[in-house]
Design a binder for this molecule. Structure first.
Ligand code: NAD
Length: 250
């Protein structure tokens, strides 16, 4: 049902973004991938999905502007690229703070402001932001990430109000822990910050948050993104949908 629609999914060479890109492509959208990685792996993904790829570094506004221009009119914008860093706030590396705010929050502002005029002109658009359970609640040692994700929720709600009469919606999807490289890579620093073993971090920090005691699968987020693109979802606007096994119900 997405034939003729162009979707840009940021941070889609891995994890959740890749699952969203796959799900949108399966419905017929023409997809622009973005993110870093091995050139031959990315070429394979482009072949598989009939997609193109932008290697833009989204912490750099001029690269975002070039990516948006190259993509042409984007009907479905998925702001998904993100990174994490785990450290107590008093030791939080200042440059990591700046990078995380730039990537997880400011990049979405830039892509959104650049995509909206085209969406308004076509009277159809979908802005889908991968936020997090950490856009609703906090955990220690993730100050930059949690600040950025709470900000992304605020940006999404504001944009939702501004575009509401133009056939465009803006929503967040907020996963709990999804088994991707982003989660796997934070285990060593969490072990250090909390003085725990790997098993303790998995069971007492990560899965302890999720009442289902299961990691969310990336494809479940892809399916939610597809639903948000349907006509039946035209009145889902400014929402922040949890897919977190019940974490934020607690
Ligand atoms: P991931 O590390 O698997 O993928 C991150 C993607 O972002 C990759 O494609 C990477 O190349 C890209 N990227 C990184 N820095 C970039 C930059 N400067 N410019 C452009 N692209 C860049 O991570 P993931 O777990 O799939 O996370 C995707 C999104 O989901 C993030 O916003 C993350 O905060 C959010 N999220 C993840 C989880 C989880 O448990 N994995 C939970 C909640 C929210």
């Amino acid at each position: 049902f997405l034939d003729g629609k162009r979707a840009l999914v940021t941070g889609s060479t891995s994890g959740i973004g890749l699952a969203i890109a796959r799900a949108l492509a399966a419905e017929g959208a023409s997809v622009v991938l973005n993110g870093f990685g091995d050139d031959s792996e990315i070429a394979k993904l482009c072949d598989e999905l009939g997609a193109t790829h932008s290697g833009a570094d989204l912490t750099d506004v001029s690269q975002i502007e070039a990516m948006m221009e190259e993509a042409g009119g984007v009907d479905i914008l998925v702001n998904n690229a993100g990174m994490q860093h785990v450290a107590p706030v008093e030791d939080f590396p200042v440059e990591k703070w700046d990078t995380i705010i730039a990537l997880n929050l400011t990049a979405a502002f830039h892509t959104t402001r650049l995509a909206i005029p085209g969406m308004k002109a076509k009277r159809w658009g979908r802005i889908i932001n991968t936020a997090s359970a950490h856009s609703k609640v906090a955990s220690p040692f993730k100050s930059a990430y949690i600040s950025a994700k709470h900000g992304l929720d605020g940006l999404t709600k504001t944009v939702a109000l501004e575009v509401a009469e133009h056939g465009v919606t803006a929503n967040c999807i907020s996963p709990g822990y999804v088994w991707t490289p982003l989660v796997e890579n934070q285990i060593p620093d969490t072990m250090k910050a909390r003085g725990m073993t790997r098993e303790q971090v998995m069971n007492e920090v990560l899965l302890a948050k999720q009442p289902t005691k299961k990691f969310v699968q990336p494809a479940e987020i892809g399916a939610m993104a597809v639903f948000l693109c349907r006509d039946e979802a035209q009145n889902v606007n400014g929402a922040n949908w949890s897919v977190d096994g019940g974490w934020t119900a607690d």
